[in-house]
Each structure stands twice: as structure tokens, then as C-alpha cells.
Design a protein around this ligand. Structure first.
Ligand code: AMP
Ligand code: GLY
Length: 428
């Protein structure tokens, strides 16, 4: 079968690498892809939201499955676009419907879904210009720190955690009345702060059956010891020590099962990944957020640990055999360290020449491109270096050796990925 993968990040490079190993694959195309994905298929220059362009390409190239990497085309309804056109509806889209994508596209929708389905999450209320005074009153009922969330997609920047009431009131005003996050943020979810340790669980489902994939922890801040601005993610580790069988069982029973049942009850078409951001509060899981896709850079540690054929898993979801699909997972630790451009997540320069070991096993390109035959930087996050080994320490050593083997001007990366987890594994 011919497959079209949509996206251009490290997540898509890791997916392309795994899909390219499938026995079911004839040819893989990646739109638009990056300097690394081209080693596992053919990059095609079509934008992720150009649904007409994607449809024409699929028809011309006998594509029978589209795998959607990022959330934006899902929130924009790529699944519905293909499903509702009789010339296209034979093409399977791995990714939820527009309605399902609201689990990520609208924080308010996600919170309502959790409440309706008894899924543990922080207490919340939603506000907009109409009821800003009630928002101020609700804030008074909470204790610091205060959590304010832009309702819509805000490229990972729409969540504010504020230590004082004064800051919270000020930011609320900026979001609702001065469009701090554009239209994505004029509706604001205010919620209770959950103290605990975070991790992410990943589920693959066709809306009826589900498969639980390896969990991961990511490192969101730009600076060592979780300091500085939020980024898309600076590194990741899988497995996560406190995600023992007892905890994972609670996640399955209290969160995953009710989520799938909720999709059915609300008649939401969903054939794709569910990324569940969790807080472990005294050994009890609470949902912080849903994403309707895999994480980046979590995919760069999750895909290397999945040893079964992922394309066969996607096919099983489309022909109702997912229940019988056997997922095999490598017991080794996987760690990834993201190399970024100087200045990221704020302004940065692109176009720096990249040299060194850029095609090795576990080297996943994020923001790279080929220009005049040279590999250059083409984004804030440039390359993720994944290591795998029987211990966390050994995996990290391989990741950092790989980081050292790649050069470009002003390369920056966090030096402390996984350090907070050291020691936590010993008790397991
Ligand atoms: P999100 O974009 O929803 O993942 O939020 C970004 C980050 O804010 C999360 O990864 C958490 O670290 C933090 N966060 C979000 N909501 C809460 C909450 N209710 N309590 C504590 N931390 C939170
Ligand atoms: N690394 C977090 C995300 O992909 O949303």
C-alpha cells in the first residue's frame, strides 16, 4: 500500500522511520517532510492544510492511507474532508474527525467531555467577554498558583501559571479583552492547580478498541532544571519510573476506558492517537489535557520502543481487527535530547549548515531542510538524538554522544534530560 504522512517534525521523522519498515508498505510519501524524512520515503511539497493539494496527490499516486502527524489539519477537519467526498472516502485517514479533534482544539470542549464522562480532572470554569466579572469572582475561590488556559490552539503557549492574584487578574484581562493569544484566547478556562508529577500516556484507538502505547515524560522548559520559557519539548524519556503497573491500571480504568466510551456515547468518529497529559497527584491520575496526535519529542522515544509493525496497527484499526493486534514493546530505556536553534522558543536564525552524524540510528530530524545539496537548520527545534539501552544512564549517554557528533552554529540543548528521574528507577 502507498501511504502519505502529513507533517514535518521530529515526530514525523520517527513515524516515517517506523512506517518505512512495514511489510505492508509499497511507498511512503511525506508532505512536506524534512531533511531526515526523505531517507525513509519521498518528500512532497504540499502544505499540511492544503486539503485540495493533498487530495489530488492521493488520487494521482494511489494512496490508500493518510497518517496525520500534527493537530492543525485535524482541527481543520481533514478527516471529514476525505470522508465526505465520494471520490476520496476509500482513503483511510489516521486521525480523528473534526469533532474528535476538539478534544485538543478547545480546552472547554475537553473539560466538558471529561466532566460528562466522569474522568478525573482539575475543577474549572470557562469565561469570555460576557462574564469577565464572574471570572474574577471564581479566581477568588481558588488558591495560588492560578492556572489560566486559552481555549483554542495557541501553539503550546496558551497556558499561564501565575503565583499571585494580581498577576492572574492582569493576565485574565489581557487574554479576554486585549486578545493576548488572538482569537484562540478570548475564551479562557480557569482551573484549579494540581500539584504532582507529570507524565504522558499514549493510546491508539479506532473509537471501539484501543491499544496502550509506551508512556513518556517530556521536558517542556528551555532551560536546565525546568527554567525559562515553555517550548514544544526539549527531550523525553520512556519508560517513566512512577508509571508502575498499579498506576497504569488506574489510568486505564479511570481515564482510558471512560474516554473511549465517551467517544462512543457522543458518537464521535475517532481513529487515531490520543495523547493524555496526566498529573500524578498522590498516586492518582488526573487529566491535564488531551492531544489528538502523538507528542513531539515523545514520539522519538515511543516509536523506537514499539517493535511491532505500526502500519499493520493502523490497518487493523480500519478493518476492525485492532482487538487482535499484538503490540510488542522493547524493554530498553529510550531517551531523546532535542538540539535547538539559538534563541528558540523566541526569534532564531535558520539556514545554518549542519554537519556530522546526521543519518545515524535514532537521529530524528525536526527543523532541517536540504538547500543546494547541504543539510541546513530550518526551524527552532532542529534534531532529536535518541539513545536506547538497558539503563536510563546508558541511554542518556548514547543520546548525548549523538548530540556531540552533530554540529551547527550556536547549537543549544538541555544538559539535564532524565536527571530528575535518576534514582527513582532503583526502587522498581
Ligand atoms: P497544557 O498546554 O495544557 O499541557 O499545559 C501546559 C503545562 O501547564 C502542563 O504541561 C502542566 O505542566 C501545566 N498545567 C496545566 N494545567 C495544570 C493544572 N491544572 N495544574 C498544574 N499544572 C498544570
Ligand atoms: N511535547 C508535547 C507535545 O507534543 O504537545
Amino acid at each position: 500500500m502507498n501511504v502519505l504522512l502529513i507533517g514535518s517534525g521530529g515526530r514525523e521523522h520517527a513515524l516515517a522511520w517506523r512506517i518505512s519498515q512495514s511489510k505492508l508498505l509499497t511507498k511512503l510519501f511525506i508532505a512536506p517532510g524534512n531533511g531526515g524524512t526523505r531517507n525513509h520515503g519521498e518528500n512532497v511539497n504540499i502544505g499540511i492544510n492544503d486539503f485540495n493539494g493533498i487530495a489530488n496527490f492521493c488520487l494521482q499516486n494511489n494512496i490508500t492511507m493518510i497518517v496525520v502527524g500534527p493537530e492543525e489539519p485535524l482541527v481543520n477537519g481533514i478527516w471529514d474532508y476525505f470522508r465526505n467526498n465520494e471520490k476520496l472516502n476509500h482513503i483511510a485517514v489516521i486521525g480523528p474527525s473534526r469533532e474528535g479533534a476538539q478534544l485538543e482544539g478547545s480546552k472547554h470542549f475537553a473539560k466538558e467531555f471529561m466532566i460528562n464522562n466522569n474522568i478525573p480532572t482539575a475543577r474549572f470554569k470557562t469565561f469570555d467577554t460576557q462574564n469577565i466579572d464572574s471570572a474574577k469572582e471564581f479566581l477568588q475561590t481558588l488558591q495560588a498558583p492560578f492556572v489560566l488556559k486559552a481555549d483554542g490552539l495557541a501553539a503550546g503557549k496558551g497556558v499561564l501559571i501565575l503565583d499571585s492574584m494580581e498577576e492572574a487578574l492582569n493576565e485574565l484581562q489581557l487574554m479576554i479583552q486585549q486578545n493576548k493569544f488572538g482569537n484562540a484566547g478570548t475564551t479562557v478556562v480557569i482551573e484549579e492547580f494540581l500539584p504532582g508529577i507529570e507524565l504522558s500516556m499514549f493510546v491508539f484507538t479506532n473509537g471501539v478498541d484501543y491499544i496502550i502505547l509506551p508512556e513518556a515524560k517530556d521536558y517542556k522548559r528551555i532551560g536546565d532544571n525546568d527554567t525559562g520559557l515553555n517550548t514544544g519539548g526539549m527531550g523525553a524519556v520512556s519508560p517513566v519510573p512512577f508509571a508502575n503497573d498499579e498506576f497504569k491500571n488506574k489510568v486505564e480504568q479511570q481515564i482510558i476506558v471512560p474516554t473511549i466510551k465517551g467517544l462512543q456515547k457522543e458518537k464521535i468518529n475517532y481513529c487515531g492517537f490520543v495523547f493524555i497529559g496526566l498529573m500524578n497527584v498522590k498516586d492518582n491520575p488526573y487529566v491535564i489535557e488531551y492531544n489528538v496526535r502523538m507528542g513531539d519529542p515523545e514520539t522519538e522515544v515511543v516509536m523506537p520502543r514499539i517493535t511491532s509493525d505500526v502500519l499493520a496497527m493502523f490497518v487493523a484499526a480500519t478493518n476492525n481487527t485492532l482487538k487482535k493486534f499484538e503490540l510488542t514493546i522493547d524493554a530498553n530505556y529510550a531517551t531523546t535530547v532535542m538540539m535547538v536553534s539559538q534563541g528558540y522558543p523566541e526569534d532564531y536564525e535558520k539556514g545554518k549548515l549542519i554537519t556530522g552524524n546526521t543519518t545515524g540510528e535514532g537521529i530524528f530530524h525536526a527543523g532541517t531542510a536540504i538547500k543546494e545539496g547541504n543539510l541546513i537548520t530550518n526551524g527552532g527545534r532542529v534534531i532529536a538524538a535518541t539513545g536506547m539501552a538497558p539503563t536510563l544512564q546508558a541511554a542518556l549517554k548514547l543520546s548525548y554522544e549523538a548530540v556531540d557528533s552533530i554540529q551547527y552554529e550556536n547549537k543549544y540543548y538541555r544538559k539535564d534530560i532524565g536527571q530528575d528521574l535518576m534514582g527513582l528507577f532503583i526502587s522498581q
